[in-house]
Design a protein around this ligand. Sequence first.
Ligand code: GAL
Length: 669
Amino acid sequence: MTIINHFHRILHGGDYNPDQWLHIPGIIDRDFELMEQSCCNTFSVAIFSWGQIEVEEGKFDFSWLDDIFARCAESGKKLFLATPSAAKPAWLGKKYPESCKVRSDGHRDFWGKRQNNCLTSPIFREKVRQINRKLAERYANHPALGGWHISNEYNGEPCCCDLCIRKFHEFLKEKYGTLENLNKQYWSAFWGHHLTDWDQIHPLDGSMNTARLDWRRFITANTVEFFRMEIDAVREFSDAPVTTNMMGYYDPLDYWKFVPYCDFIADDCYPSWYHGETEETAVYFAMLHDLHYTMLGKPFVMMESCPGIPNYRPYVKLRRPNEFQREMLLALGHGADGTMYFQWRKGFGNCEKIHGAVVGHDGGDQTLAFKRVADYGNKLESLSGIVDSAKAPEAAVIYDWESNWALDLTNGFGGTETKKWQETARLHYRALWEKNIDLAVIDSDQPFDSYKLIVAPMLFMLKKGVAERLKRFVENGGTLVMTYLSAYVDENNACFFGGNPGGPDLRRFFGIWNEDIDGLEPSSDQTLLWNGKKYRVSDYAEYLHAEGAEVTGVYGGEFYKGSPALTVMRQGKGKAVYLAARTGLDFLSDFYGKLLEETGIRPVLEGMPTGVKASRRTAANGDAYYFLLNMTEEPQTVVLPRELREIWGTDTLRKSVEIPSRGGTVLKG
Ligand code: GAL
């Protein structure tokens, strides 16, 4: 299925804000010329246009939007029409102050800015429903409508107004049924915090780990409910696909909960490409792209990216040659069917006037940014075969929002600077990505059966049923790697009775007892000895006992020298591996290299030099597309394992291929 029905093209375009330019004659005509020149075919409109459409309460002006729709229909372009709930008009915020968020210090925001709405407020919901219905009614059957861009980057900063808190209490009633049950789950005898009324539950009470966890769950649930309300309003008239643009690893919202209501996944990506950080940056975004492909198991859209550098970065660098195309190819190679920009034309005023855009303040086609976008856009036609093509990952990394929240809200193990769950997941991902294999990124609620290898880095929380599902995965022949700080708490952030990991049953399954954890200060010289080599260990080393597992790696220092640091337990047709210490990329790279051999997971293309990374997409007709990216600042020659056709900027059969410095290419075969 294509992202936009019957539109078999890689989506290319971006956020378009023509309503900022209505007072300057000729601009919109010029926009449409430049769009043609750069082969842009899809735009998101009206994202922040509520105030330009509903100019006064109940008084609407669609004239400028009608014009944009007409021009797009005429020129064969598509529009993702946004519901404008992210930023409300001044009249609305002034007249209905309850539509603004109350911050944790009790102060209500003033109407300005954006994404500062109370999503519970009945009047705000009603006003959003009305404007969404108006838009849907008007444009549902328009040939230029490609889909619905619901709101913009929903914000997970809580609103702490009385309504939201009361709704949170209702959420808890629904979840726990009785106060007695809640008291039990909340371990509320601690500090004598036994609760005798629902309204005594304060979401910001730092002593109540589980209440705070539930508060985060509530914020996601309330935002998803709002998202669904927005979709329902649109659906009264239109069945075009819907999405909302996510913000990568954004911690306050568990994006997996939005997935069932999205027809396709959209994400906003803003890398910086600083010198010396190329691979880290590529890994950061490759993992996100894999997450977004995995969410619906089909291509997603990189809804925003920047042809320059965002203005909020410490160094707003000019893009170095080829970097921009490599960034776009990274997204396509990892499963995007569209790469779009924020934004089409740079405005003259306010807080984003210096942010990179396709068309600059000169308004012409001679800027680096425009020429690069046009060059890329013109080449994109050669890749139309990748539209709707698939990835086939045999390995998955678990990245679980709720588990991360639980660890974050648990006092102990140092602070976020040592816990570093996101960096840890990425380091494991990176060790695998460097081997040029296809990867999935899942949370612990997703099916496990299609993988040969599952990596669970710091899966602190085991939700109901997860231990059983992981066990089944292993017994059926899978390899599971679980690390330190995994399986410490259940879904209520309560510790397991009977020891770690995960209580007696899982402990038996792994054949180990994780008695305690040694928090290592930076000067520690603890090591892990494995396969005849010594690797540095930092931050965390668990004090483990083997209870049936084979010990394959041991600690090199401290009073527990020689005790297990890495264990393997065979169960059924598979194995459960436990890595008890935090290591660097050196160990993970060696360790996963061996594990991939054992599990028979092959690179998508053999023989890549270090510094060149490969990913693959396969079309329904069997055509494979290989994306080769040069992560170095030198050109690279790649000798191919077989003859392949280079289709990026050329159409030539090759036995070896040259990739320019910081560049990329695409091969078919
Ligand atoms: C995104 C947002 C856009 C724009 C962009 C700038 O987060 O959705 O509207 O502000 O950032 O980088």
